[in-house]
Design a protein. Structure first.
Length: 118
Protein backbone atom coordinates (compact mmCIF):
# COMPACT_ATOMS: atom_id res chain seq x y z
CA UNK A 1 0.00 0.00 0.00
CA UNK A 2 1.35 3.38 -0.95
CA UNK A 3 0.03 6.94 -1.00
CA UNK A 4 2.36 9.53 -2.50
CA UNK A 5 1.54 13.21 -2.23
CA UNK A 6 3.02 15.83 -4.53
CA UNK A 7 2.47 19.42 -5.56
CA UNK A 8 3.39 21.22 -2.37
CA UNK A 9 5.70 24.21 -2.27
CA UNK A 10 6.06 27.88 -1.48
CA UNK A 11 3.35 30.24 -2.73
CA UNK A 12 2.45 33.85 -2.06
CA UNK A 13 -0.78 34.77 -0.28
CA UNK A 14 -3.65 34.74 -2.74
CA UNK A 15 -1.93 32.16 -4.90
CA UNK A 16 -2.92 28.63 -5.84
CA UNK A 17 -1.53 25.13 -5.61
CA UNK A 18 -2.81 21.75 -6.69
CA UNK A 19 -1.90 18.77 -4.56
CA UNK A 20 -2.02 15.22 -5.90
CA UNK A 21 -2.05 11.91 -4.07
CA UNK A 22 -1.29 8.81 -6.12
CA UNK A 23 -2.44 5.52 -4.63
CA UNK A 24 -1.34 1.95 -5.21
CA UNK A 25 -1.64 -1.43 -3.57
CA UNK A 26 -5.33 -1.30 -2.69
CA UNK A 27 -8.72 -0.88 -4.36
CA UNK A 28 -8.70 2.90 -4.57
CA UNK A 29 -12.24 3.19 -5.93
CA UNK A 30 -13.66 1.57 -2.78
CA UNK A 31 -12.11 4.05 -0.37
CA UNK A 32 -13.16 7.45 0.91
CA UNK A 33 -10.25 9.80 0.32
CA UNK A 34 -9.32 12.59 2.69
CA UNK A 35 -6.90 15.47 2.90
CA UNK A 36 -5.59 16.43 6.33
CA UNK A 37 -3.10 19.08 7.36
CA UNK A 38 -0.90 19.71 10.35
CA UNK A 39 0.62 23.06 11.14
CA UNK A 40 3.58 23.40 13.52
CA UNK A 41 2.44 23.04 17.11
CA UNK A 42 -1.11 22.13 16.12
CA UNK A 43 -3.09 18.93 15.84
CA UNK A 44 -3.70 17.30 12.51
CA UNK A 45 -7.06 18.43 11.12
CA UNK A 46 -9.36 17.18 8.41
CA UNK A 47 -9.48 19.57 5.45
CA UNK A 48 -11.65 17.77 2.89
CA UNK A 49 -13.13 14.37 2.06
CA UNK A 50 -14.60 12.79 -1.03
CA UNK A 51 -16.77 9.70 -1.31
CA UNK A 52 -15.52 6.61 -3.13
CA UNK A 53 -17.57 7.46 -6.23
CA UNK A 54 -16.93 11.18 -5.95
CA UNK A 55 -20.63 11.79 -5.43
CA UNK A 56 -20.25 13.77 -2.22
CA UNK A 57 -17.65 15.97 -0.60
CA UNK A 58 -16.94 17.58 2.75
CA UNK A 59 -14.91 20.68 3.55
CA UNK A 60 -13.75 22.22 6.78
CA UNK A 61 -15.24 25.66 7.30
CA UNK A 62 -11.78 27.21 7.11
CA UNK A 63 -11.31 26.14 3.47
CA UNK A 64 -14.87 26.10 2.16
CA UNK A 65 -15.15 28.08 -1.06
CA UNK A 66 -11.37 28.12 -1.59
CA UNK A 67 -10.38 24.44 -1.80
CA UNK A 68 -11.80 21.75 -4.07
CA UNK A 69 -11.27 18.01 -3.63
CA UNK A 70 -11.65 15.70 -6.61
CA UNK A 71 -10.64 12.20 -7.63
CA UNK A 72 -9.92 10.19 -10.74
CA UNK A 73 -10.58 6.53 -10.02
CA UNK A 74 -9.11 5.53 -13.38
CA UNK A 75 -5.80 7.07 -12.32
CA UNK A 76 -6.03 6.10 -8.62
CA UNK A 77 -5.42 9.73 -7.73
CA UNK A 78 -7.07 12.30 -5.50
CA UNK A 79 -6.49 16.03 -5.86
CA UNK A 80 -6.80 19.11 -3.73
CA UNK A 81 -7.06 22.39 -5.64
CA UNK A 82 -6.21 25.21 -3.28
CA UNK A 83 -7.04 28.78 -4.29
CA UNK A 84 -6.84 32.11 -2.47
CA UNK A 85 -4.23 30.68 -0.15
CA UNK A 86 -3.61 32.35 3.19
CA UNK A 87 -0.59 32.21 5.52
CA UNK A 88 -2.71 30.17 7.93
CA UNK A 89 -2.96 27.43 5.28
CA UNK A 90 0.74 26.73 5.85
CA UNK A 91 1.06 23.11 6.97
CA UNK A 92 2.10 19.64 5.96
CA UNK A 93 -0.74 18.17 3.92
CA UNK A 94 -1.46 14.46 4.10
CA UNK A 95 -3.83 12.25 2.17
CA UNK A 96 -5.61 9.38 3.86
CA UNK A 97 -7.61 6.50 2.44
CA UNK A 98 -10.44 5.12 4.59
CA UNK A 99 -12.77 2.17 4.28
CA UNK A 100 -15.15 1.00 7.00
CA UNK A 101 -16.55 -2.28 5.67
CA UNK A 102 -16.09 -5.09 6.38
CA UNK A 103 -13.45 -3.70 8.75
CA UNK A 104 -11.97 -0.28 9.25
CA UNK A 105 -8.78 0.27 7.27
CA UNK A 106 -6.79 3.46 6.92
CA UNK A 107 -3.73 4.30 4.87
CA UNK A 108 -1.69 7.51 5.16
CA UNK A 109 0.69 9.26 2.83
CA UNK A 110 3.98 10.79 3.93
CA UNK A 111 2.84 14.39 3.51
CA UNK A 112 3.80 17.38 1.40
CA UNK A 113 4.76 20.81 2.73
CA UNK A 114 2.70 23.84 1.75
CA UNK A 115 4.07 27.23 2.75
CA UNK A 116 2.12 30.42 2.11
CA UNK A 117 4.32 33.44 2.58
CA UNK A 118 5.33 36.65 0.89
Amino acid sequence: VQLVESGGGLVQPGGSLRLSCAASGFTFSSYVMNWYRQAPGKERELVASIASTGSSTYYADSVKGRFTISRDNAKNTVYLQMNSLKPEDTAVYYCKATIRSPIVREHWGQGTQVTVSS
